[in-house]
Design a protein around this ligand. Sequence first.
Ligand SMILES: [Zn+2]
Length: 234
Amino acid sequence: MTLRPRPDWGTIPREPERYGRSHLGLPLEVWRPRPGGACRLLLFAGLHGEEPETTYALSRALRLLPGRSNDCAVVLAANPDGLLRGTRGNARGVDLNRNFPARNWRPEAVTHRSTLEDASDILLSPGDTPGSEPETRALIALIEELRPEQVVALHAPLACIDDAGETELGRRLAQRTGMPLVRDVGYPTPGSFGSWGGDRGLPVITYEFPLAATEVLMRDHVPVLVELLSDAGG
Ligand SMILES: [Zn+2]
């Protein structure tokens, strides 16, 4: 693959389009593939605002590559309000990864951990109803429009490739990153993006970065993301 010259790595080479607005009115942005062709892959980051390293890494990958991908769409910040405020949920305290209208959506409060060692006892809402949040609805509408063949969702810091379908791409990512390929993350995730995709027959891979310093994550995972974007670009 051809990378942009190093002095150009500070900026993204093209402008995104808007696919919606967050609760606070921030733009939801997508870097679309070339019009007219199939969308082979949608890659998104930052659904959890406490995982800004996913946005940073995907942005770096986008900045290294020239021009527009033939068949890959990129969303850097699926939850811009959460990224702005440094919260896992959106500005309304909803964990967006429990708000998708999957068959397993549950109305009860959802819990998460503050660190991997802590008890999972911090509460967030799954939303009043499935798909109640503007960020969730906009991402669904984007997927219905783009019809990607596969989606890779970036999260942290569970250090695994979660691919319920054990697809070829999932196996390749596990091999490339040295992280285990798993069929679930070991606890229920009702209303998650992956559950929603599974209900619709949309293959979803959750790429969980390991717990590591940001600079280490960039060194180890930006090249993988660059390969993913350029592979998809053919
Ligand atoms: Zn996450």
